[in-house]
Design a protein around this ligand. Structure first.
Ligand SMILES: [Fe+2]
Ligand SMILES: [Fe+2]
Length: 474
């Protein structure tokens, strides 16, 4: 039944027409959303025809439809994965009890906060990426950027729907506030740090979609376990869209690495800047930056909030059913705490380490991608390897926020860190160089910027040089 998307002004599979009050509230929010999109969405491309995927069903096969759409006409809608009959809470103190279809009063504030925090990241990333169209390496990449942008817009709809449908007036106010904050704004910034970082070049964009969207994947996996069933069903469907964002990041970096390897061979040198390529040490610095700010998104290593989210059945672990003990009342987790100039192992109660458990799964998933990039280097006969820095490096949240380490995670002084900062993180010079490569956008369908190799395949059976964005009459 819920496979069917009702083709109304707000496409949905939640039978919105049956709840007039909710429908009216969302119809009042819709023009505010569109106003935000026009003001803060992709700059300069609102009237172009873009070859986009639109969700038309939550069915596993064939949930998406591909066609040319002008972005402001994109059919943003509300889609929840089908309910699982007889679903019970899979972890914490309420283990085995039926899931909630309504918000339990005692968890109302916490759930609202979790939804707002997730929801805030969605428009934030659109804002961070809004100028990137003006420096795109190809039409293929331009289209992928816009696909991600419209889907982040849909994720915002997903969270705004939950706020409107389950949190009354507070929820409506929060949904409006999601449209009022601005990434990087001094007075009304987005909630989480990484979502206020500028993302104004395509190396940053690919690192962002690899590392920061992947945080999104793990947050969504944890929320998909929630005992609050509407949240679980919403996030389960969001995950199908999120997979494409990480694909863009992973293959984007792979293509840069491949091109750099080619140029290194041509130049018989590691320095590919004279040939207009992005050298591997510069890529490593961007990796260090986006990995470390994304690690912060998981929160503190030791967290009583995380413990109560878990105890109360609000937020689980990624793929909770792969764990054997769903109560996690026994057992400890070893964390290296900085103490008097060294690290001391401390065993903390497992529930208090839930952020760290989720971060572990994330780190493992990141490593899988880095291994793929290194495989490109290995098969090109190049000895350089990209690597994930220590998770203690360059942190602003949690146990390691007030210390300084090198990328290996060794404690160093603030002075030593500042002295070597430009070796480890993108320097002003690196940023200027990377931006200089992208000074002009590439809009010819058969062209690709010099610093990146073409993708292996086009989209939905179309060739790589397909006109994915039509600039036509514009
Ligand atoms: Fe998203
Ligand atoms: Fe995403």
């Amino acid at each position: 039944m819920s496979d069917v998307i009702n083709d109304e002004r707000i496409p949905n599979n939640v039978n919105l027409a049956s709840d007039k009050k909710l429908q009216r509230a969302l119809m009042q929010w819709q023009p505010k959303f569109l106003g935000w999109w026009r003001e803060m969405g992709p700059q300069g491309f609102q009237e172009h025809d873009v070859f986009l995927r639109t969700a038309i069903s939550v069915d596993h096969e064939g949930w998406a439809h591909f066609d040319y759409v002008k972005m402001p006409d994109y059919r943003w809608g509300i889609f929840l994965a089908d309910p699982v009959a007889g679903r019970t809470i899979g972890f914490g103190d309420h283990l085995g009890q039926p899931v909630w279809t309504e918000v339990p009063g005692e968890h109302r504030n916490t759930l609202r906060r979790l939804i707002v925090t997730q929801g805030d990241t969605e428009p934030a990333s659109v804002e961070q990426q809004r100028a990137l169209g003006q420096s795109c390496p190809s039409l293929y990449d331009l289209r992928n950027l816009f696909q991600i942008n419209v889907e982040e817009g849909r994720h915002l709809w997903a969270m705004a729907y939950l706020l409107h449908s389950h949190f009354g007036r507070d929820g409506r106010e929060e949904a409006d506030a999601l449209l009022a904050r601005r990434s990087g704004d001094a007075d009304r910034p987005r909630i989480l740090g990484a979502f206020n970082e500028p993302c104004t070049d395509w190396l940053s964009f690919f690192m962002f979609t690899f590392f920061t969207d992947r945080d999104g994947k793990f947050q969504l996996l944890a929320l998909a376990e929630s005992g609050f069933d509407p949240l679980s069903r919403t996030t389960r469907f969001m995950l199908t869209e999120e997979a494409h964002h990480m694909f863009v990041g992973e293959t984007g970096i792979t293509r840069i690495v491949r091109r750099t390897a080619e140029l290194m061979k041509q130049n018989e040198s590691e320095d590919v800047r004279p040939l207009g390529g992005i050298d591997l040490p510069t890529m490593q610095k961007y990796l260090n930056l986006w990995y470390s700010v994304s690690l912060d998104l998981f929160g503190g290593e030791v967290s009583s909030n995380a413990a109560s989210f878990f105890a109360d059945g609000l937020k689980g672990r990624a793929k909770e059913d792969t764990f054997s003990d769903h109560r996690a009342l026994e057992g400890t987790y070893a964390i290296e705490m900085p103490e008097d100039g060294k690290f001391v192992r401390q065993d903390v109660a497992l529930r208090n380490a839930m952020n760290e458990v989720l971060r572990d799964a994330y780190v493992q998933d990141c490593q899988r991608g880095v291994d793929k990039w290194n495989e490109v280097l290995r098969s090109a006969g190049i000895g350089y390897r990209l690597r994930l820095p220590s998770r203690r490096f360059h942190r602003r949240i949690g146990t390691y926020a007030d210390i300084f380490t090198d990328p290996e995670g060794n404690l160093i002084s603030r002075e030593a860190f500042e002295r070597q900062r430009d070796l480890w993180l993108p320097s002003a010079d690196d940023q200027n160089y990377v931006k200089s490569l992208m000074a002009k956008p590439i809009f010819a369908p058969n062209e690709m910027a010099n610093w990146i190799s073409p993708p292996a395949h086009g989209i939905k059976g179309r060739p790589v040089d397909f006109e994915y964005v039509r600039r036509g009459e514009v």
